[in-house]
Write a protein of this length. Structure first.
Lengths: 157, 342
C-alpha cells in the first residue's frame, strides 16, 4: 500500500493544518532563525520579537511547550523541516547526543584528599623506587648493606 | 474596686466622686437651658433605669388621696391626678401655679396667656391618706399612712390585674384599698371603650388558618394585584435619564493626548498590515501537494502497523481552533464576494 500525495495530505492533523494556514511551510515562506523586530516580514512565531517603536520585547507567539508539541507531531509525519526553525530547542536523538552537560557532572570536584590522591601515589612509588639513594644520602654506611644484598642476590642459574 | 476602676485621669472628671444630688442639679440646669419663663422644671428627672413603673413599687395610684407633708401647702389633703415616673412625683388637684403659656399651646376656649397649671409634688413630700366613715355617727375622718406595707396578692377586677393588698405599716387591720381606675380597663359598658375598642369576640375571631407551608398562602394570580408590576425597581432596563446620569461624560482630549492616540493608531495599523492584517486563506494546491508528497514519502516507508495505527489516531483528532480558522476563511471569502455582487 502506498499513499498518494492527496491521500497523505488528508491525513495531516488539524493542529498542523491550522498552523500551516497561519504560517505557510518553509520553502514557501521564510522565517528568521534569530529574534527579529516586529516590522520585519520573516518574523518567527517560535521566537520573541521586539517592538521597534516602543523598544519592548514581546514573548514568542507559540510557547516552548506548544512549539515542541508541533515539532514532535510534525516529525511523526515527516514534515518537521517545513516548520519555522526552533534554534533554542533540541529534540529526540539530537537532544540526547548534543546534551549540554553541566560542568559538575562531567568533572566532579571531589574532596581534597581524593583530588590529590593520584599525585600522592605517584610520589610514593617514586620514593620507593629511589629508596636506596635516599638512605645513602643520609647514612654513608648503608653502602655496605647494598653491596651485601647484591652479593646474596639469587640468580636463576 | 478593680485596678482599672481606680485609675483616674488628670483632665477628666471622676464621676465616682460626684454626689448624685450634684448630678441631678447639673441635669436640671441643662433641662432649663432653653425652657420658657415660668415653665422651668424644679425637679430633676430620674434616670430611666431607676424609674418606678409598678403600683406596688410606687404605693399609690391616680385617684388616691394624698396628705401634703412639706412645703407651703403643708397639711392639706388633695386628690392625685397622675403619677409621673420620670420625676418620681405626682400632680395634685389642689397644687397648681400660674404659668405663662405661649399661644401655640393654648387649650380650647383659652383667652389669656395665664394658665393654672398643676405643679409636680415629689413623692417624698406626700403621704397616702384615706377617708374613714364612723359606723355609728357617720362622721368622716382622714387616715394618713406614714408608711405602707404590701401584703399578699389578689386579682383586682376593676384594674384587670393582680395587685398586693395595701396596709398601714404595723397596723394589719387598717387596709387602704386601691382606688378605682378612672377609665375602667376593658369595661365593655363604658362609653369610651365602646367608641375606641374592638369587641373581644371580634378580636378573637379566627378568619384564616395556615394549613401548609408547601403551598403559597395567597393565590398566585393575586400576587400581581398586590404588588406593583410596573415598579421602576423591577424594570430590567434603564430610562434615558437614568442611563445619562450613570454614564460619565466624555472628557475632551488635550492636544498631547490626541497626538499620542493618533500615533498609537498608526503603529497598530502598521503592525496589522504586516502580520495580523494578512488575509487568511486556505493552503494553495501547490502547498498541499508539497506537504502531501513529503508525508507520503515518510508514511510509505513505515512498515510497523502499530505506528501506522497511531498516526491514524493522531490524524483523527479535531481541534476547535481549526474550525474557527475555517469559519474565518469562509467569512473573509463571503465578505470579498459581496462587493463584487453589488
Amino acid at each position: 500500500m502506498s499513499l498518494t500525495s492527496k491521500e497523505a495530505f488528508a491525513k495531516l492533523p488539524q493542529k498542523l493544518h491550522n498552523f500551516f494556514i497561519k504560517y505557510p511551510p518553509r520553502p514557501f515562506a521564510q522565517y528568521a532563525s534569530k529574534p527579529t523586530t516586529l516590522d520585519q516580514a520573516d518574523v518567527n512565531p517560535f521566537l520573541p520579537t521586539k517592538n521597534p517603536d516602543t523598544g519592548r520585547w514581546r514573548g514568542a507567539e507559540y510557547s516552548l511547550r506548544r512549539s515542541a508539541d508541533l515539532y514532535k507531531l510534525a516529525k511523526k509525519f515527516g514534515i518537521h523541516e517545513l516548520l519555522p526553525p526552533i534554534p533554542q530547542k533540541r529534540f529526540h536523538e539530537d537532544k540526547y547526543y548534543n546534551k549540554n552537560w553541566m560542568r559538575g557532572v562531567l568533572n566532579p570536584k571531589k574532596p581534597k584528599w581524593e583530588r590529590e590522591l593520584p599525585e600522592k601515589l605517584r610520589k610514593r612509588e617514586e620514593a620507593l623506587a629511589n629508596m636506596d639513594e635516599t638512605i645513602l644520602a643520609a647514612r654513608s654506611k648503608y653502602r655496605k648493606n647494598i653491596e651485601r644484598r647484591e652479593q646474596n642476590k639469587k640468580s636463576w642459574w | 474596686m478593680s485596678v482599672w476602676g481606680a485609675y483616674t485621669k488628670r483632665f477628666q472628671r471622676n464621676m465616682d466622686k460626684v454626689v448624685p444630688r450634684a448630678i441631678g442639679k447639673a441635669r436640671l440646669k441643662d433641662q432649663n437651658m432653653y425652657a420658657l419663663p415660668t415653665l422651668e422644671q424644679t425637679h430633676p428627672t430620674v434616670p430611666k433605669s431607676e424609674q418606678k413603673t409598678k403600683p406596688e413599687q410606687i404605693g399609690i395610684l391616680a385617684g388616691d388621696l394624698a396628705y401634703i407633708s412639706e412645703g407651703p401647702q403643708k397639711g392639706t389633703i388633695s386628690r392625685i391626678l397622675r403619677y409621673m415616673p420620670e420625676y418620681d412625683g405626682v400632680l395634685l388637684m389642689d397644687v397648681t401655679s400660674k404659668k405663662l403659656l405661649p399661644k401655640y399651646s393654648w387649650m380650647e376656649n383659652q383667652t389669656t396667656h395665664v394658665f393654672d397649671y398643676p405643679e409636680i409634688t415629689p413623692l417624698s413630700q406626700i403621704k397616702l391618706a384615706a377617708k374613714e366613715k364612723h359606723e355609728e355617727t357617720g362622721e368622716i375622718t382622714y387616715v394618713v399612712a406614714d408608711e405602707l406595707e404590701m401584703k399578699g396578692r389578689y386579682f383586682d377586677a376593676r384594674h384587670k390585674k393582680w395587685l398586693p393588698r395595701r396596709f398601714v405599716k404595723n397596723h394589719d387591720r387598717v387596709e387602704i384599698p386601691w382606688p378605682a381606675p378612672e377609665d375602667p380597663v376593658g369595661d365593655a359598658d363604658s362609653e369610651q371603650t365602646k367608641l375606641i375598642a374592638t369587641d373581644s369576640e371580634t378580636a378573637l375571631e379566627t378568619t384564616y388558618e395556615l394549613q401548609t407551608l408547601a403551598k403559597p398562602s395567597i393565590p398566585v394570580d393575586v400576587v400581581n394585584e398586590l404588588r406593583n408590576p410596573h415598579s421602576k425597581y423591577k424594570k430590567r432596563y434603564l430610562s434615558e435619564y437614568q442611563a445619562r446620569v450613570m454614564k460619565a461624560p466624555d472628557m475632551p482630549l488635550s492636544n498631547a493626548q490626541k497626538a499620542y492616540l493618533a500615533k498609537k493608531a498608526e503603529q497598530e495599523a502598521k503592525q496589522q498590515a504586516l502580520h495580523r492584517g494578512r488575509p487568511i486563506t486556505n493552503l494553495s494546491e501547490e502547498i498541499q501537494s508539497f506537504i502531501g508528497e513529503k508525508m507520503a514519502s515518510h508514511i510509505n516507508k513505515i512498515d510497523n502497523p502499530h505506528l501506522l495505527e497511531h498516526l491514524e489516531g493522531l490524524s483523527a483528532i479535531e481541534i476547535p481552533d481549526f474550525a474557527a480558522t475555517q469559519q474565518k476563511i469562509r467569512d473573509a471569502e463571503s465578505a470579498e464576494q459581496k462587493p463584487e455582487q453589488k
